[in-house]
Design a protein around this ligand. Structure first.
Ligand code: FAD
Length: 399
């Protein structure tokens, strides 16, 4: 079964598209073919060297895979959140490290800006981001601020006439070392609350302190950023002063909903690799897939992949309906947290079985299955840990 068949049917000849419309299934198939052709061959070098291919964003832009939720008048594709998730599913299959980078650019930065910026700001930054000539990031996490989100943020901003002056350090920022624009969250020195800014990385006072090496998703840029008396024009303020939390909370559920398909894409690829291996690898005179204990693994993986897919598409459908002023509470808040929580747990089980099925080759760094195994933990940590997701779900249930 090819992976494209996964996208459009069960591979058993049934006309099942897993609840996607014909148009959505066709879009997924197009994204799948495009990212496979453009990026799959880079995966191994990215993993070995923490190398990020410079042409990534212009290539995605030319292919029509940036600014998915942004109107065509601003250079975008005029599609929806679900379609963003489908691109991430395809990237998950063929180059999951780029999927993480894409999530930071496309969802955390671009889509959040689209939903919160004024018209002038949209015209200023979105066309370049949709073309892939401007790369985006979102910077919230700090050395002392992780799960507590804005509660512990120390990076500060103060107004000085028609500028804001920003000081502080942001850590573990996806795309940070390569970004041109950063959606930055600060604590306001006067008057309380928080503020969100777009900081252009050519701004004096901004620097990339260092890149950080990872156990998985290697090649996806990640780093520590410094702001030292960084003067940002007041027209770079996104939303209202003292109300930066609104910008953050409006985007969180959508970011979680579109992060989950990365795990689905990885799991689909893993199942495909395992089925192929079970047919090819012979021991005791026959393919290992003929042994019932190996079949047990394949069957369990299949169940996980199918349940992930159902949950992911349902959550994306719900995320499509989140208005610009909504998010951060209610049904979608619990559902998006639950979806990433489930996908993270299920993916870990899939990859544990997969490495076992691949034997020594699963343990060897150079094999794709090993690269995918080293990636799974991100879904349990990045963008909020599994523990925090459980707290969100329980709080919504108890409301
Ligand atoms: C690959 C990757 C990419 C990332 N990209 C970005 C990015 O682009 N931008 C950005 O701003 N950040 C980014 N992050 C940071 C990420 O959002 C944080 O790692 C995450 O919010 C958790 O914070 P922390 O790592 O500081 O863990 P901590 O908050 O220090 O948590 C440590 C442990 O304590 C637990 N814990 C904390 N509080 C509670 C509680 N109340 N109850 C129970 N358990 C609790 C946590 O669940 C965890 O197990 C990224 C992280 C990763 C791994």
């Amino acid at each position: 079964m090819t992976t494209t068949e996964h996208a459009t049917g069960t591979g058993t000849g049934a006309e099942d598209r897993y609840g996607l419309t014909a148009g959505q299934a066709a879009f997924l198939a197009r994204a799948d073919a495009f990212v496979k052709e453009a990026f799959h061959e880079h995966s191994r070098r990215m993993d070995d060297e923490e190398w990020f291919p410079e042409e990534t964003y212009p290539t995605l832009g030319k292919g029509g895979f940036l600014g998915i939720t942004v109107p065509e008048a601003l250079g975008g594709q005029g599609l929806d959140v679900l379609s963003s998730g489908l691109v991430l599913q395809a990237l998950g299959r063929w180059n999951h490290a780029l999927a993480l980078s894409y999530l930071c650019h496309e969802s955390l930065c671009l889509n959040t800006l689209y939903r919160n910026a004024n018209d002038e700001q949209r015209k200023r930054w979105l066309p370049g981001m949709c073309a892939g000539t401007t790369v985006g990031a979102l910077a919230l996490t700090e050395p002392g601020a992780g799960s507590d989100l804005l509660g512990s943020v120390e990076t500060s901003s103060r107004r000085e006439g028609d500028h804001f002056v920003i000081n502080g350090t942001k850590k573990f920022i996806g795309n940070g070392p390569v970004a041109d624009v950063i959606l930055l969250f600060t604590r306001m020195e006067e008057g309380g609350g928080h503020a969100a800014f777009v900081v252009e990385t050519t701004n004096p006072g901004f620097s990339v302190k260092r890149s950080i090496s990872k156990m998985g998703f290697r090649g996806s840029p990640w780093g520590e950023l410094e702001f030292t008396d960084c003067r940002v024009p007041a027209d770079c303020l996104i939303g209202e002063e003292h109300k930066g939390h609104r910008v953050l909370m409006r985007g969180l559920d959508i970011e979680r909903a579109v992060a989950a398909p990365i795990g689905l894409g990885i799991a689909e690829r893993v199942l495909e690799l395992c089925v192929a291996r079970a047919k090819e690898r012979r021991q005791f005179g026959k393919p290992i897939g003929k042994f019932e204990l190996v079949q047990d693994k394949l069957a369990k993986m299949y169940v996980r992949v199918e349940t992930m897919r159902t949950f992911v598409y349902r959550t994306l459908e719900e995320a499509n309906r989140v208005g610009f002023d909504e998010g951060g509470k209610g049904g979608i808040h619990a559902l998006a947290a639950a979806c990433v929580l489930y996908v993270g747990e299920a993916l870990k089980e899939v990859l544990d079985e997969a490495v076992q099925l691949w034997g020594a080759r699963g343990y060897a760094w150079e094999y794709e299955i090993n690269r995918l195994y080293r990636a799974v933990k991100v879904l349990e940590i990045g963008g909020g840990t599994s523990e925090i997701r459980k707290i969100i779900i329980a709080n919504e249930l108890m409301r």
